[in-house]
Write a protein that binds this ligand. Structure first.
Ligand code: PAF
Length: 284
């Protein structure tokens, strides 16, 4: 496995590989890799001829400076984790390589970015779109793999690819959970032992809520989830919404003819965690 830091080098390598007829699978990451990332890499390995993983903590998508500073970084550990996987090429640029000058592009994702993460993290999705569009331009992958844990991010990236006509297929990959149900996330490694122990209440509450859709209205269930989680002294819910999986707008009734996803953000001490689960699939 090769680790490359410069755009010119990765372009040269990938041009040669394309000439050999290999299709390119791309897994963009911010490092601090875990088994959720590895599952994306393995899927990319099954579907494409050459897997590229980028490791880049993108400053433009952090609306909170402290969050950017504390974001875990350990390139060697990530490289060690990727070595036995399907990944053949790691692209790990420095910020100046991606942003030789400030990126002033403004994307407009309309109502998709006005809810949930977009509402609570202003500028976040603009930063995600800046970096992912730049990385797509550099790597020019045939397929790119993203985890469903960042459900809204996936919707934004699909919309960006559609709007900009980027010739890449976006593959949406299932959430991978720890044995106790907590959604895998790079931020989990920042949790203190007691916060990690209590973080499980988030997914446990969502799993319980899925079985309550018969007895509660949507609004009652949202309230029940928030109250239940906030009863835990280590947790503070920022939002929980049950939304249409395509428009991301909150649903008002279980009868609405759409697939529904419950999306949540919870502060666990200083660490902000997100998760989501299906709350009903649309019937044909
Ligand atoms: O999901 C992430 O890790 C990041 O938002 C991404 C897509 C790598 C862009 O920096």
């Amino acid at each position: 496995m090769q680790v490359v830091k410069h755009i010119n080098d990765i372009r040269t390598i990938l041009n040669d590989k394309r000439k050999e007829g290999l299709s390119i699978g791309f897994v963009p990451t911010m490092g601090a890799l875990h088994n959720g990332h590895i599952s994306l890499v393995e899927l990319a390995g099954q579907q494409t001829g050459l897997v590229v993983v980028s490791i880049f903590v993108n400053p433009t998508q952090f609306n909170d400076k402290a969050d950017l500073e504390r974001y875990p970084r350990d390139l060697q550990k990530d490289v060690d984790l990727l070595t036995p996987t399907a990944c053949q090429l790691v692209f790990a640029p420095e910020p100046d390589e991606i942003y030789p000058e400030p990126d002033t592009r403004q994307f407009n994702f309309g109502t998709l970015e006005q809810v949930m993460e977009g509402k609570f993290r202003p500028g976040h999705f603009n930063g995600v779109a800046q970096v992912v569009s730049s990385l797509f331009e550099i790597v020019q992958p045939d397929k790119a793999f993203f985890g469903q844990k960042d459900f809204q991010q996936l919707a934004i990236i699909n919309e960006m690819v559609r709007k900009l006509n980027i010739p890449v297929e976006i593959i949406s990959c299932p959430i991978i959970r720890e044995a106790d149900g907590l959604a895998m996330s790079s931020r989990n490694m920042l949790l203190s032992p007691v916060h990690r122990q209590n973080a499980v209440v988030i997914s446990a509450t969502l799993f319980e809520a899925i079985n309550k859709t018969g007895g509660f209205t949507v609004q009652e269930l949202c309230k029940w989830v928030i109250t239940r989680i906030n009863e835990n002294e280590y947790l503070n819910t920022e939002y929980f919404e049950i939304v249409d999986s395509v428009t991301l707008q909150p649903v008002k009734s279980w009868d609405e003819p759409c697939s529904k996803v419950g999306c949540i953000a919870v502060h666990c001490g200083k660490i902000r965690l997100i998760d989501n689960m299906e709350f009903g699939v649309m019937k044909d």
